[in-house]
Design a protein around this ligand. Sequence first.
Ligand SMILES: CSC[C@H]1O[C@@H](n2cnc3c(O)ncnc32)[C@H](O)[C@@H]1O
Ligand SMILES: [Zn+2]
Length: 434
Amino acid sequence: MKRWLIENGIFAEPSAERQIFEGWLSVVDGYIAASGEGAAPPEVRDGAEEIVNGKGLLFMPGLINTHGHAAMSLLRGLADDLVLQDWLENHMWPMEAKFTGDDVYWGTSLAAAEMILSGTTTFVDMYDHMDKVAEVAVQAGLRATLTRGVIGLCPPDVQTAKLNDAIQFAKTWQGAADGRIQVMMSPHSPYTCPPDYIERIVAAAHELNLPLHTHMSETAAEVALNVNQYGARPVEHLDKLGLFSRPSLVAHAVHLNDEEIALLAERRVAVSHNPVSNLKLASGVARVPELLRAGVTVSLGTDSAASNNNLDLFEEIRLAALLHKGVSGDPTAVPAGEALRMGTLYGARSIGLGDVTGSLRPGFKADITAVSIDKPHFMPRTDYISHLVYSASGADVAHVWVDGRRIMRDRELLTLDVERIRHEAQRCFERLRG
Ligand SMILES: CSC[C@H]1O[C@@H](n2cnc3c(O)ncnc32)[C@H](O)[C@@H]1O
Ligand SMILES: [Zn+2]
């Protein structure tokens, strides 16, 4: 039984009434065991194998990135300042057609390094060659919810092969690495998957007892196309195809009307809000305050480094708090505490891990991000929730633990060889470009 302790720290618990306390927190076998204000009780201190001095540090739940395509980090900076369809069809998909498992391995490793360095402990990833993504997640020590995204714009035998690949991936990896790896099923979107194909994917999710994840209502053009092709907007269309009969997480959900928001709430569909990607691709601004008011679980995602162009979830938290004030004219539209919950607790809930991670309460996994607060931009000590949301960035993260295991110490990655990853990522990109 491994017991360790953090003492002299400041702790931020986004779910609590009183969100900040100064004191200690103990971990036993990867789970948060207890915490309290002031000095740790002697029996806790005496039983600890390791004591982390938390002076100058703020400990918070590890950040949860609920939508991304990690391997696309290889395409960062390749095609900027374009709208979604042009970016996807003329720039991303031609490059992705050349991706091998090796590219996905090194692209995902690059993303994993960046995510750990900026305080993310759990990530959702939708891509191809998912065995490689899972391998990286296990090696990096991250928690991950992974899904083989399928695009159905291909002959029936290829559709079937892709679906079988997704099923095989799920059977191999669901619950791996002591439960750190979870799996979902993913039609890429309603505009790339014909209705009967979506129904087959939903049926597979029922058989395997898995949640579903998809891109939905990202652009106004997508909604118009859906109405033209199928006579319904994407929410109604996917509802009719049974997608929301499983626990589901939709990415973007930018273009929604009031009825659609009500239906998402009724079906308990979670939304991954990706504000930076939505701004960069000029997709629009999601109706986050309305979604939250309707009771929808809204979490945060970066999308890929090709449409962001980094994986720093602190930026999404800050933007979620700022953007909706700006567009609504209401400074309380997304308050700081709510933005922090979107990056932690609500992220966990949106992938069915609401009792596992996203909180520092006893019984949760010790997925912890330590922010170095001995810096001018964290002074004076007025309100640390405010500082985390409006002032912090990923570069302030000092240490990271997942499942109670430290994976970054003083900004040194303990599970990944960052020099090798940088070199291999450049090599992969040059081959792809060539
Ligand atoms: C089938 S694997 C995932 C697939 O999704 C593509 N993608 C990346 N970002 C977006 C986005 O914002 N909207 C829709 N699709 C996106 C990526 O290029 C992969 O092909
Ligand atoms: Zn995406």
